[in-house]
Ligand binder design. Structure first.
Ligand code: SAM
Length: 281
């Protein structure tokens, strides 16, 4: 298995990706950062040997964590991204001409610098967009002191190990709620429930205490192995009930041509299979 990387996320289950060419392998201040070329997924970014994003399937994850809350909200002007160092999340948010300002808070400058050089297709110019304000800081610190006023907050973090752990705490979620506008929406990367069900349960417990509407929605991202990935959803607003024709009108007005997102997929993503619904308190 010398030219393969075996993921180190789960104690008794792992995916492996063949390394056709190791492009970068170094330790930043916070984590071990690798990028390698894989025949199926193109360039693959891992942090501490856990797949973060790939050239081939990142569109699914980034489209579903951006277009779902932004189109459901309908008038999002200010968006906050916590994490997202590769730039893919910012790329998709900035496709919305109606979004006036994006703040992106990434703890590891090494991930940003590195992604700009080795994974430019992920950010696709987002780092040079005048609407983007990049802040290098711990998202847990930023959320504590921010003046808020965000219509959508997207937590695009690593899993709750290492620097990402603080972004799964009740304290963090409480500050995030305070940083939202009245009908603002908080969405979170919440792992693969078949393998990380406790993470989703913990987040949903916290969201149920904070928001009128607390649930999750799903999308299957091939390199987040183990079945559909869950995205936490919390809001006090009515946006989850946005009718399909309204979603369709908003979507058509954007001129965006996604590879995964459609208004029908948006609505269907909130239909939860029994084993996931059971994880919601
Ligand atoms: N799509 C990936 C996933 O679902 O696992 C996440 C991609 S993105 C690379 C994750 C980013 O979160 C990394 O750049 C990492 O440095 C950042 N991060 C981790 N902990 C953080 C924290 N406390 N504050 C801000 N950014 C953090």
């Amino acid at each position: 298995m010398s030219n393969w990387i075996r993921e180190s996320l789960h104690p008794d289950y792992a995916q492996a990706l063949r390394v056709d060419e190791m492009l970068y392998d170094s330790k930043t201040e916070h984590q071990r950062l690798k990028v390698f070329q894989n025949g199926t997924f193109g360039r693959v970014l891992t942090l501490d040997d856990v797949v973060q994003t790939t050239e081939g399937d990142n569109f699914i994850y980034h489209e579903m964590l951006t277009h779902v809350p932004i189109l459901a909200h309908g008038a999002a002007k200010r968006v906050l991204i916590i994490g997202g160092g590769d730039g893919g999340m910012a790329r998709e948010v900035l496709r919305h001409a109606t979004v006036a300002h994006v703040t992106m808070v990434e703890i590891d400058a090494g991930v940003v610098d590195f992604s700009r050089e080795f994974l430019p297709m992920l950010s696709d110019g987002a780092f040079d967009d005048p609407r983007l304000d990049l802040v290098i800081a711990d998202g847990a610190e930023f959320i504590r002191q921010t003046a808020g006023g965000y219509d959508v907050i997207i937590v695009d973090s690593t899993d709750p190990i290492g620097p990402g752990e603080v972004l799964f705490s009740d304290t963090f979620y409480g500050h995030a709620k305070r940083a939202l506008t009245e009908d603002g929406i908080l969405v979170t990367q919440n792992g693969v429930p078949f393998l990380q069900g406790q993470e989703l349960h913990n987040t949903m417990r916290a969201f149920r205490a904070l928001f009128v509407d607390a649930t999750c929605y799903l999308a299957t991202v091939p390199t987040y192995a183990g079945g559909p990935m869950a995205f936490g959803w919390g809001t006090d607003g009515p946006s989850r009930a946005t009718p399909l024709d309204v979603l369709q009108g908003r979507f058509d007005a954007t001129g965006i041509t996604p590879g995964y997102y459609t208004p029908q997929v948006h609505q269907a993503a909130f239909a939860l299979p029994g084993y996931v619904a059971k994880l919601l308190p």
